[in-house]
Design a protein around this ligand. Structure first.
Ligand SMILES: [Fe+2]
Length: 227
């Protein structure tokens, strides 16, 4: 068993406004994290998600399924909620450019993002992590709006936010947060001259079946609100 640190009293885990999140360092041991990074780099399925994507995207890379990481992620989520949540998606991103993150909220209920690129490739220790805002996706908005409307989401958040947290990038650090909160990658400054130097994250999305059905109905314009 490696040293798995969840520092409830660390500055990252204090309540900030209404933002619900925790930071976990060393969720795997250093060798396991470096192995996973190398295996993912060698995965042949890296693609541009769409013609305007800035980064490389890898949907549901198989090499990580069934790993110790998932067991630990799910144990953490069980501590956060009694709801029956399932893994609905996972993906990896490789930042081939050091560009600003895109403001968005996620589709699921809990997101866990995990950072794999070794520390020596990160040229600014204060950035490259996660910016997490106190603003949540509007109750009846659909994923077509909150997931992809970067400029519109940026404006929506900037008009409402009173607080946000900055979680700096660290190799082998994971952040678990409420997916309804708007967030974006804090502009990275990594050595992008080679793939192993580019910022890589592996992200898991969890939700209940009821939540997924509601979100799909919203996308299809079928959802009837109870309020
Ligand atoms: Fe996200």
């Amino acid at each position: 068993m490696n040293k798995w640190k969840i520092e409830e009293n660390s500055k990252y885990n204090r309540a900030v406004g209404e933002i619900d999140y925790i930071v976990i360092d060393d969720i795997l041991n250093d060798t396991e994290c470096r192995d996973m990074h190398r295996i993912l780099l060698n995965n042949p399925m890296w693609r541009k998600k769409n013609p305007i994507s800035k980064h490389l995207y890898n949907s549901r890379p198989k090499c990580v399924m069934g790993s110790l990481l998932l067991e630990r992620v799910e144990a953490l989520i069980r501590q956060k909620t009694n709801e029956e949540l399932i893994l609905i998606d996972h993906w990896a991103l490789l930042y081939s450019k050091n560009t600003d993150g895109n403001m968005h909220a996620d589709f699921g209920q809990f997101t866990l993002t995990y950072w794999l690129t070794p520390e020596e490739h990160n040229l600014n220790k204060n950035t490259g992590g996660l910016l997490l805002y106190d603003v949540q996706r509007p109750k009846n908005s659909s994923a077509n709006q909150y997931l992809t409307a970067g400029g519109a989401s940026e404006k929506y958040v900037s008009e409402r936010t009173q607080n946000h947290v900055v979680v700096p990038y660290r190799h082998n650090r994971a952040v678990l947060f409420d997916s309804s909160h708007f967030h974006k990658t804090h502009t990275p400054n990594f050595d992008i001259t080679k793939p192993e130097g580019m910022r890589m994250n592996l992200t898991f999305s969890y939700a209940s079946t009821v939540h997924v059905i509601e979100q799909v109905e919203l996308i299809n314009g079928e959802h009837k609100s109870n309020v």
